[in-house]
Design a protein around this ligand. Sequence first.
Ligand SMILES: [Zn+2]
Length: 235
Amino acid sequence: MASDLDVLADLAIADVAYLEARKSFEEMAPKIAALDRKLAGQERDLATARSAVERAVRTRRDKERESMSLDSDLARLAARSEQMKKQEAIKAQERELESVRDHKSELETAILELMDQEEKGQALVVVREKALEDARAALSSERGTLVAEQSRRQGRLQTAESRRAALVPLLSGPLRPKYERVYASKAGLAVALVERSACGSCHSNLAPQILMDLRKRTGPGICEACGRLMVWVGP
Ligand SMILES: [Zn+2]
């Protein structure tokens, strides 16, 4: 029984170490994901700025084509004007010429505005490209550090896990399934050591008779308050 008690005492420590290692390992993935989200946000901002420029360029080219197509109308109308004899017809012709000219002038104004938009949009693209590049440079070293830390913690977790896995089979007879049951029901903390006459896990005071029995080290006790296996260590 003495060896079982030693194994339980070692498990009390190994289980705590395993839980701590798991918690510290699990902290890393959200930190890395947060960095990745930050970069993805900047990539989206840049894509938005780029597509705004592309839209302005497309609209401007449409208007330039339309404006050019008006040139032939203008030339045809102008030539016809000269050949017209009747005053009324000339007036109608002049009105048509005027309207095409106005339309062309509107198009030209719109084209200039679009060019202005493109220029400003392109400047924003450059700013966002630079910001993304800077963020990538800054975050990639931060990410590398986090990934290295994550892998270090994973190593520690594996060590803690192997330590537990090596100890559990050393428990003899029915003690092993008993330990496993408490382990499952107590979220991975199955064994408590006696500390200052109390349960080292839930800190409830233990009755003098229970303390005396535990001190004899003839077998593990059970904490009546938290249900964990109790082991006396030390004198
Ligand atoms: Zn307890």
